[in-house]
Design a protein around this ligand. Sequence first.
Ligand SMILES: [Zn+2]
Length: 409
Amino acid sequence: MKKSRLWKYIICLIFLAMFTESLSTRTVIATGVTEESIKKAEDEIKSQKDQLKSMKSGLTDIEAVKKQLKSKKADINSYMEELDSQLTQIQGKIDDLDSQIEEKNTQIKETRKELETAKAVQQEQYDAMKARIRYIYESGGKLTYLDLIMSAGGLDRMLNQVEYVEALSAYDRGKLDEYAGTVEYVKLMGEKLDSEMELLSQAKSAAVTERANANELLDTKEAEMDKVNGELGTKEEQAAALEKAIAAENAEIAALEKRVAAQKAALTASANASRRTFNGGVFAWPAPSYTRISDDYGNRIHPTLGVKMFHNGVDIASPSGSPILAAYDGDVVAAGYSSTMGNYIMIDHGSGLYSIYMHASALYTSTGASVSKGQKIAAVGSTGRSTGPHLHFGVRSNGNYVSPWNYLK
Ligand SMILES: [Zn+2]
């Protein structure tokens, strides 16, 4: 019996030490959030927003580059259209030249044929003339009447032999000259056609060069267009990636803000709770099924040990499972378990006044709940450092344990 009492003293001293420490971080027990952690989260949000801002300006840059590329593309396109129409004109010119060349070729061919014919006629005339001269000489000047008619081409042209030979010679020479003239003329015509052909060929060659140049330019522009399209594609990919990153960043910030808002609300609720004021009413007896006060509040000399010890609450012996009531209206700032206190509850009554209940077998409320005077909040037990079923009932005022009797009656 005496040994058990000593243990109770020791246990209660441990409780005192624990509570002094845990109460200094009461806000943390209640919500897990402090002004400091909110400030930290807000700083994080700010840095993320800055990051987002720089991302957005990156996006604006990309949009500007895209706009430039698109206008460049339009320029190249219109230039290519112009080149295309130039090419069409050049091709028309080439086609025209080709048909002229074809025509000229036909003319040249005909002229060559004409020249051949003229040369053949000239040759025939020359041969005929030679034959007639030979015949005159071979006949020794004794030409028959019939010969004359035959050679001269008619009676009316019948002259004396010498006259006839002279006339015939003159005629043959004239004819020969005439044919030679024709040959010369046709030859000149051919030369003229050749030189015309030369001009046409030169014109065509120039047009073909022009066409090649235009095609080359078109190829260059097409390559340039491909490059611009490629750049545009890259920029579009970059913009899409950036937009995705921005969306993710936005979602992250929104989640953070929501969390901080919740934390702030919790902190405000906690602050409101601590702003609760105690109106000076009398406490309800917290263990109505009690049988006796097994250990009272206060200093005493331990009977066997002879040491002065402080008990910070009132131990109320009560059957296990019997109700523990909230002594007064308040907010539960802690409802949990510790190896020394067992299942315990701490209630904030405002104005710096708290009540504490230990060693419960069951808890019927939780942190953050508001309770009213006389409300069943737990059941008596012997959890934690306890020798038997009892309620350790303590009261703190402005950071110090005070006698519960000041409030119980
Ligand atoms: Zn006690």
